[in-house]
Design a binder for this molecule. Sequence first.
Ligand code: NAI
Length: 256
Amino acid sequence: PRNVVVTGSSSGIGAALTTLFRAQGDRVTGVDLRGGEIDADLSTPEGRAAAAAAVVEAAGGVVDAVVTCAGTSVPGTAMVTVNYFGTTEFLTALRPALAAAERPRVVAIGSISGTQPHDPEVVAACLAGDEATALEHAERAVAEGRARQLYPSSKAALAQWARRTAVADGWADAGIPVNVVAPGIVLTPMSAGLFDDPEMKKVMDAAVPMPLNGYLKPEDVARAVLFLASEGNSHITGQVVYVDGGAEATLRGPAD
Ligand code: NAI
């Protein structure tokens, strides 16, 4: 069996994915605040390092696939520390164990929100790997009532990091595809509250129009991830794959 690591494995997309991986015979090590095989807080450098070390140990030094689903949409700085650094720093720590696998694969969960207006200073500091400066800008955004920009900022930065990392930092040379799956609205505990308020639902539907088959279930996202994380994906890397019922195509139009 392949050794697969899933962050955010206790809920929503990560939980659905864990079920699908296990159903096809993979050995999954789940990482989450609680309820996974490894309990860890990916918002801190210590938590990420401890999680990475525990995962590598559990996998005997060889990790075949990592899918990062841990994330938060609660407006605040955790959007930067969990969604961005909790993904990029964790993946970077796992690179040697991925490079030791025969056909390693990486998929990070981004979001359609990454295409929406964001704070360029937060994005730049993230991409520079400067967490302290990213946090300063994030705290300013919160103080100025722009906390909601931090979610799109974290996901835009993540998509750019993945595209750069896939081809520029030697991951391709090490045989590791790195892709982002960017969902539209998924019916999970994260999005549940949004639909309680009919006004909010209207705003969401306008912001993320999904003409094909409506809202996603976690399994709909997980199935796309499963392919990108499989040995069958030999050549797709550096891509942001929108699994969004046509939202990105609607919003951006036939750009290229
Ligand atoms: P969820 O809330 O059901 O699951 C997220 C998981 O991440 C939870 O189990 C949570 O405990 C874990 N997590 C949060 N902070 C953590 C931390 N500091 N350390 C370790 N684990 C932590 O949410 P869902 O919807 O399954 O989201 C999964 C990913 O999909 C997230 O990255 C989210 O941003 C993204 N996404 C979700 C969409 C939606 O509509 N639900 C839309 C687009 C993207």
